[in-house]
Design a protein around this ligand. Structure first.
Ligand code: PLP
Length: 401
């Protein structure tokens, strides 16, 4: 039998492998840009050898897989496996429902920031605020974790969903709940802006304020409540679909956008909360470009809070599986100031964690003399939720003058 390409759904695997088990295979496929051996199957399309490749390709979102009845050296580029097929936006943006408005409208924009660029340096921002439900990167995981749970549990599931969130994942899940006739109960920490309660209620969710400072402190309590009530708890901090959606879409989109705009980034800078999006971006581009691309993450300085991001030592799953080039501490006021600078220089309103990313980039420029080439900043959300925080900052500023 020669090597054939067949739809991935035709192949059956008797082994369940976790993301952790196949992360190196994913890296290998991305670094070679294709597949070097087929999946060995029997007449019933059951896998005999190369389970890891099958699992890796499934997670990378290919449409076709190479099969054969024995091992043989080959090379099939990812393009031939339908690797990029998921990213096919409707050019005139007509959608048949609001879910399509989310996933068929990707990529989110990549825009050149003139205020940070000069004749030798181009600084690009990926605007995750363009996602429709929460105005944030979290729409991606809300959608993917939710549809994967529906696929797994089928229709017999109780239409109730609980999650710990600092707002954005909550809004994304509230949207998914609304669309699918579920009830959402969202647990948010005490320090989050008041507007969040209203926004989540408008979207039909029940909101519980937990008297703790960070979402990670009460995941176990949410899990216990969910078990007691038979509710779905997707747990963004542990759920590998969080990482996978960014590998399959966010990173892949960036790859296509880089090609289209002839961008070859020296560094990508982003924020870390669960570490989902930056870990997937790091795996994708470190595999593809090796060490010629640097990945930097920003976190709040000790005792500072910046909504959406956390210090790495507070516990994150995926970021420790990969290589990153540095973590930069940012103060809350610096983050707010840079968000204001972007609004005043570029006319777009971004959230505080995006401001932290700008602050991190500026620090890198100074410390590492990053002056030539392309740089990419990931802006996780829109700034509309943070009006109270901008107000506080302005009042503080006027007290000091
Ligand atoms: N920025 C904002 C505003 C967020 O809401 C989040 C996640 O909650 C992040 C950054 C971090 O994203 P991730 O959880 O993918 O690390």
């Amino acid at each position: 039998m020669v090597i054939k390409l067949v739809p991935i759904e035709r192949v059956r695997s008797g082994k369940r492998l976790e993301l952790r088990d196949v992360i190196n295979v994913i890296a290998k496929v991305l670094s070679t840009g294709g597949v070097e051996y087929p999946i060995v199957i029997n007449q019933n399309f059951e896998i005999l050898e190369n389970y890891e490749l099958y699992e890796a390709l499934k997670r990378l979102g290919v449409k076709l897989v190479p099969i054969a009845d024995r091992y043989m050296k080959t090379f099939i580029p990812l393009e031939q496996l339908g690797f990029y097929d998921d990213i096919s936006p409707d050019p005139l943006k007509v959608f048949m429902n609001t879910l399509e408005l989310l996933y068929r409208n990707w990529p989110t924009p990549l825009v050149l920031l003139r205020s940070l660029s000069n004749s030798e340096r181009r600084v690009w921002a990926k605007l995750e605020g363009f996602n429709p439900f929460s105005g944030s990167v979290k729409d991606r995981i809300g959608w993917y974790m939710f549809i994967k749970a529906l696929e797994k549990h089928g229709k017999n599931i109780k239409k109730l969903i609980y999650e710990a969130t600092s707002t954005n994942t909550g809004m994304a899940l509230a949207a998914m709940a609304a669309i699918h006739g579920f009830k959402a109960r969202l647990y948010i920490p005490r320090g989050i802006q008041k507007a969040s309660d209203t926004l989540l209620k408008v979207m039909g969710a029940e909101v519980i304020r937990v008297p703790k400072t960070s979402t990670v402190e009460f995941i176990d309590d949410v899990d216990a409540d969910a078990k007691k009530d038979g509710a779905l708890h997707l747990n963004q901090f542990e759920n590998d679909y969080n990482f996978e959606v960014h590998l399959r879409y966010t990173a892949k989109e960036l790859d296509l956008q880089f090609r289209h705009a002839k961008v070859s980034p020296i560094a990508i800078v982003g924020g870390i909360g669960t570490s989902g999006h930056m870990s997937a971006i790091a795996l994708y581009f470190k595999s593809k470009f090796r060490d010629s691309i640097k990945i930097y993450c920003v976190q709040p300085k000790p005792n500072h809070t910046i909504p959406g991001i956390r210090r790495i030592e507070t516990g994150m799953k995926w970021i420790h599986w990969l290589k990153i080039d540095g973590v930069i501490d940012i103060g809350r006021d610096e983050a707010i100031r840079e968000a204001i600078n972007i609004a005043r220089n570029e006319g777009i309103l971004i959230g505080l964690s995006s401001g932290a990313v700008v602050a991190g980039f500026k620090k890198l420029m100074k410390e590492q003399s990053l002056d030539k080439g392309d740089y990419v900043l990931i802006f996780p959300d829109h700034g509309f939720k943070y009006v109270e925080r901008f107000d506080e900052y302005f009042s503080k500023e006027s007290d000091n003058t």
